[in-house]
Design a protein around this ligand. Structure first.
Ligand code: NAD
Ligand code: ZN
Length: 351
């Protein structure tokens, strides 16, 4: 599997942790700092230690697991620890974890002493195929996701399938939604391959193709002015469903589970407005129906969902902009959808 070149850095797949050791040696760093959360300390750090050595070669900074940690208070904690450890401008941050760790760690590193080098070792499927590629770092403020952040590229990304072994099934499904999206927007052959693969533990080859697709899109449009909107397929409705679930459900949907709902709805909109055929719509519904449990969306939640869509940062004014499919493997951006159309798509999903 070839190394993928992104905006000035490499994404390693083969023997990636050996590549990490080489990278650190060549970088002549003053000190390495490994950022983990309480789960990746247990499940992922031991593998990293086999390469870095157990002690003396780096300092460890651990934060609580989960989105609740992705805020400025935890950044302050990490900045203070870097100061206490005496981290200087030639320090290296190694972010070992899911999207929370790669987003927060990237943000902390991009601002500490006006920016120190950082590398990503994404340990969830979602963070491998999505969060660690594209150079977006950041944290949440109050309940607004990713509102504070920077566009800063890591110095390298290291992928390894070993980390998936300890991931709960729902975390696998969460990342899988983004992989299916990559097929739907850009590569019908990849979509077909995903349909026929064992997806309970996706192979690194499948991850590689997803990263290639995301990377092609973001390197063409690093600051989200145009084609990067392709990646929003399923996300206009999906984000609203995700936020609503976070506010109302005792066991909220993961990002990918919500996006899976969004993709079914937006596939229906694609069929109505963008040329996706009936057969393709039926195929998409079948694939998602087999993989994801049905999520209940009550009729009386539609107005709140629509308000959430209006608040989405992708929209200008009152128009709701959706990225849709003209066929499987081809997207179309900036499709304006009305409240009625969006509610009908939710109704379609529900029935
Ligand atoms: P996460 O980092 O919270 O990880 C999910 C859970 O899995 C956590 O409890 C974590 O401790 C645990 N975990 C991680 N690796 C593990 C492993 N190998 N074995 C067992 N448990 C493990 O969440 P996530 O789903 O990876 O990422 C979601 C975050 O990513 C969100 O904050 C989202 O905003 C962000 N994101 C960012 C981008 C971007 O472009 N920067 C893109 C997509 C998502
Ligand atoms: Zn997403």
């Amino acid at each position: 599997m070839e190394t993928i070149q992104s905006n000035g850095y490499n994404i390693y797949f083969e023997d990636s942790l050996t590549q990490l050791v080489k990278f650190i040696e060549q970088g002549k760093y003053s000190r390495s700092f490994v950022l983990t959360d309480e789960n990746t300390s247990v499940h992922c750090l031991p593998l990293l230690q086999q390469y870095l050595g157990e002690d003396g070669n780096y300092d460890l900074i651990e934060i609580n697991a989960g989105e609740e940690s992705k805020n400025i208070d935890f950044c302050v904690g990490v900045w203070k620890m870097l100061i206490d450890f005496g981290a200087d401008r030639k320090a290296l941050m190694i972010n070992l974890g899911g999207g929370v760790i790669t987003d927060l760690g990237g943000f902390v590193a991009s601002t500490y002493k006006r920016g120190i080098d950082f590398v990503q070792i994404p340990t969830t499927l979602l963070s491998q195929v999505d969060a660690s590629v594209g150079g977006k770092t950041g944290v949440d403020l109050d309940s607004i996701k990713n509102i504070i952040g920077t566009f800063t590229q890591p110095k390298a990304v290291f992928m390894a399938a070993e980390f998936f072994k300890t991931l709960p099934d729902r975390q696998i499904l969460s990342g899988l939604a983004e992989m299916l999206k990559h097929g739907l927007i850009c590569d019908a052959a990849y979509w077909d391959k995903l349909k026929t693969s064992d997806l309970s533990l996706p192979s690194l080859e499948l991850v590689h193709r997803s990263v290639e697709i995301k990377n092609e899109v973001v390197t063409e449009d690093p600051h989200e002015h145009g084609i990067r909107k392709a990646l929003n397929f399923g996300h206009t409705i999906g984000h609203a469903v995700e936020t609503y679930s976070m506010l109302h459900d005792s066991d909220p949907l993961t990002h990918g589970e919500a996006i899976a709902v969004g993709m079914v709805c937006e596939a229906w909109l694609s069929n109505k407005k963008a040329g996706l055929s009936d057969a393709e719509l039926a195929e998409i519904v079948e694939v998602f129906g087999k993989l994801y449990p049905k999520h209940k969306i009550a009729d009386d939640s539609y107005p709140a969902l629509f308000t959430l869509m209006q608040k989405d940062k992708k929209n200008q004014g009152n128009k709701i902009n959706c990225t849709l499919l003209t066929r499987i493997g081809q997207f179309s951006i900036d499709n304006i959808c009305t409240e009625d159309e969006l509610c009908d798509s939710l109704r379609y999903y529900t029935t």
